[in-house]
Write a new protein. Structure first.
Length: 210
């Protein structure tokens, strides 16, 4: 599954053959079909495994003990940091593996489409809970937490996809401010020397002037 995740993310689903997966994983093709009915089945299980690997980190970032708006800020910074690390390793922006796979085959493969829809729904609930809590505390005005969460999540998804297409990390920096704009809050920009060469935003935010 790790071999499939890596090959599909770095290249594409269509260009990744079962033979290539077996070669990278150092297993025989017969063993592959003993455990998986098809490449599609493997891809679905691989992205589920990837989600399970990331869930503990999300649970930590979106813990009820963390201030609601800080949860969202931490997530946006996490997305940038992760993509920057991948860029340093691979030399290009790879974006989100789930979104990349979904854009490529979701209209053709119901198994993969169903699994991606399921995982995206789980991720969206983290955002929805944080926004609902922030609204309850009076930190933002968002009576329809689910709609606001969808808008913010769509912005981040779009930024990740565009960053991969254009191979441009700066798009993810712009997405940080976009999230704050959608929430109707104002962020104080940090001195770039506080976080290396890039400019990021403080996780402490205040209500924007209305």
């Amino acid at each position: 599954m790790e071999a499939a995740r890596t090959l599909i993310w770095e290249n594409s689903y269509g260009s990744t053959s079962v033979d290539a997966i077996c070669l990278k994983a150092d297993v025989r093709k017969g063993s592959f079909y003993h455990f998986f009915e098809s490449k599609s089945t493997l891809a679905a299980e691989a992205i589920e495994s990837d989600w399970q690997d990331k869930r503990a980190r999300l649970d930590e970032m979106f813990s009820p003990q963390v201030a609601p708006l800080d949860r969202l800020c931490h997530y946006v910074e996490y997305v940038f940091d992760r993509q920057a690390a991948v860029h340093a390793q691979c030399g290009c922006v790879l974006g989100c593996p789930i979104l990349s796979l979904g854009c490529e085959v979701s209209t053709q493969d119901p198994v993969i489409r169903g699994k991606i829809r399921e995982i995206l729904g789980r991720q969206l609930r983290y955002f929805e809970t944080a926004i609902r809590d922030a609204h309850s505390e009076g930190a933002i005005v968002a009576p329809n937490a689910r709609a606001k969460a969808r808008s913010i999540y769509a912005l981040i998804q779009g930024a990740l996809t565009q960053a991969r297409i254009l191979d441009d990390l700066d798009i993810l920096k712009d997405a940080q401010q976009g999230v704050f704009d959608l929430l109707g809050i104002r962020a104080t920009e940090m001195d770039p020397t506080e976080r290396g060469a890039r400019s990021v935003f403080r996780t402490s935010v205040v209500m924007a002037d209305r």
